[in-house]
Structure formats: structure tokens, C-alpha cells
Ligand binder design. Structure first.
Ligand code: GLP
Length: 241
């Protein structure tokens, strides 16, 4: 595991963008696993700027997103599809046909999970997976649990996640109670993982993730077992180690 400490959020975003940019440059038809949340926003802005300068070409890149709220349509401004479209896809030359986000509207959740896991498999797996970190150690929407989930599945969101994400909705009642997420097994099969963490409020959980016991109660702690993880944390998030 490589840990890069950045002085602030802007430097974190540039360093994370460097990792993704080198992946895209070295392997222009690779599969990128992408994430939502506020932490990757600066990274996406950096990538857009580099694309606009002519330094990056996404025309042959394929993408798979980590997760999606169950019940939200692509048009809902809180869906992760909408987030990805607005914060990245519409600003770069990725082919929309090559982008994948779980379908929140599919009524048969098992069918959707099987379909999504099948897409990742048919693309040959994920070359580089970008991850943010939840305050309870979740990655994607893999909440603290008794076991690590092997594949894409439908989860009941933890109350702490609903509380953390309600800032994006008109009220807490509007936050969906369920979501689709890649499993921990799906994520761990990615060839390389890039974890981005910002802010003092993540300092304790980041320390637990990187140096604490490996346990499904802290889902991201499993990353200690992955052979190629890069962690980019700002000074505040890295202040406890
Ligand atoms: C959501 C997403 C996660 C993300 C987390 C942290 O719950 N499902 O993938 O990592 O939020 O988000 P933020 O970066 O806004 O703290």
C-alpha cells in the first residue's frame, strides 16, 4: 500500500488525478471504476481540465460506477447517474455507451445485481477503481456487516449514511433507504485501487482502515489485503498517523 499525504484538498485532487491520468495514458482502453461523493469532485475537475487542454483522451475508456440509490431515476438530480453525467461524463469525450451505473429503477433487485456484476465480468474486470470513504468505513455502499459481501448486491443503508447524505436532499425522508453497490469482492478484484480521503472528520476512520484490524465492521479495512492500493489523503485526514 502506498500512502500519499497531500497538504490540502487541491493537492489531493491533483495527485489523485495524476494516478488516473497515467492509467488512461498508459492504457487508453482500460476499465475505470468510478465513485461519487464530494471527495472525488476535485479529482474529476482536474481530469476535465486536462482533457480540455488536450492531454487526455477518454474515447476508448470504459467505466463502471460503484453504486446507485435504489428507486432513483437517471433524471433525478440525486441519482449517481446524474452526478456522474454532470460532474464528469458530459465534460469529457467518454462514449456514453461505455459508461455503466447500476439501474436504480429496475424493480427486480436480484436481476439488476446479476446484470451489473455480469457487465463488470464481460468488460474483463476493473483496471483502476477509485474509492471514497464513508464515516463508518464504508466503500461504495458496503456498510459495516458480519461478513464481506462478495458481489454486487442491494443494501439497506445505515442510519449514519442516511444522516451523512441527507445534506444533498430536501429532507432526510427523501434519502432512499436502499442502494445497489458492488460487493467488497467485486472491488478487491480490481487490479489497482485509489482511495481518496479528505477532512479531519475522516481522520479516525482512516487510521482504523489502514492500521486497525481487518474486519467487515470496518469494510474498507479489507484494502490492507489488496496488492496494489494507493491512498491519497489530505493533511487533515492523515492527522492521526
Ligand atoms: C456515499 C457513497 C460513497 C462515498 C461516501 C463518502 O455514501 N456511496 O461511495 O465514498 O458517500 O462521500 P464523501 O466523499 O462525500 O464523504
Amino acid at each position: 500500500m502506498r500512502i500519499i499525504k497531500a497538504s490540502d484538498y487541491n493537492e489531493l485532487s491533483r495527485k489523485a488525478a495524476n494516478v488516473i491520468a497515467s492509467q488512461v495514458t498508459m492504457n487508453p482502453d482500460c476499465v475505470l471504476g468510478l465513485a461519487t461523493g464530494s471527495t472525488p469532485l476535485g479529482t474529476y475537475k482536474e481530469l476535465i481540465e486536462r482533457y480540455e487542454k488536450g492531454d487526455l483522451d477518454f474515447s476508448r475508456i470504459k467505466s463502471v460506477n460503484l453504486d446507485e440509490y435504489r428507486g432513483l431515476t437517471k433524471e433525478s438530480d440525486q441519482s449517481y447517474y446524474y452526478f456522474m453525467h454532470n460532474n464528469l461524463f458530459k465534460h469529457i469525450n467518454i462514449d456514453p455507451e461505455n459508461t455503466n451505473v447500476p439501474d436504480g429503477t429496475q424493480p427486480d433487485s436480484q436481476k439488476e445485481c446479476t446484470r451489473y456484476e455480469g457487465i463488470i465480468h464481460s468488460l474483463g474486470g476493473i483496471d483502476l477503481q477509485l474509492l471514497g470513504l464513508g464515516h463508518n468505513g464504508h466503500i461504495g455502499f458496503n456498510e459495516p456487516d458480519q461478513a464481506f459481501a462478495p458481489v454486487t448486491h442491494c443494501v439497506d443503508l445505515a442510519q449514519s449514511t442516511i444522516d451523512a447524505n441527507k445534506r444533498f436532499f430536501a429532507s432526510a425522508d427523501e434519502v432512499p433507504r436502499q442502494a445497489y453497490t458492488m460487493g467488497i469482492g467485486t472491488i478487491m478484484k480490481a487490479s489497482r485501487i485509489l482511495l481518496v480521503v479528505s477532512g479531519e472528520d475522516k481522520a479516525q476512520i482512516l487510521r482504523d482502515v489502514l492500521f486497525g484490524p481487518i474486519t467487515p465492521q470496518v469494510p474498507a479495512s479489507v484494502l490492507q489485503l489488496h496488492k496494489d492500493v494507493i491512498v491519497v489523503a489530505d493533511k487533515a485526514a492523515a492527522s492521526k498517523f
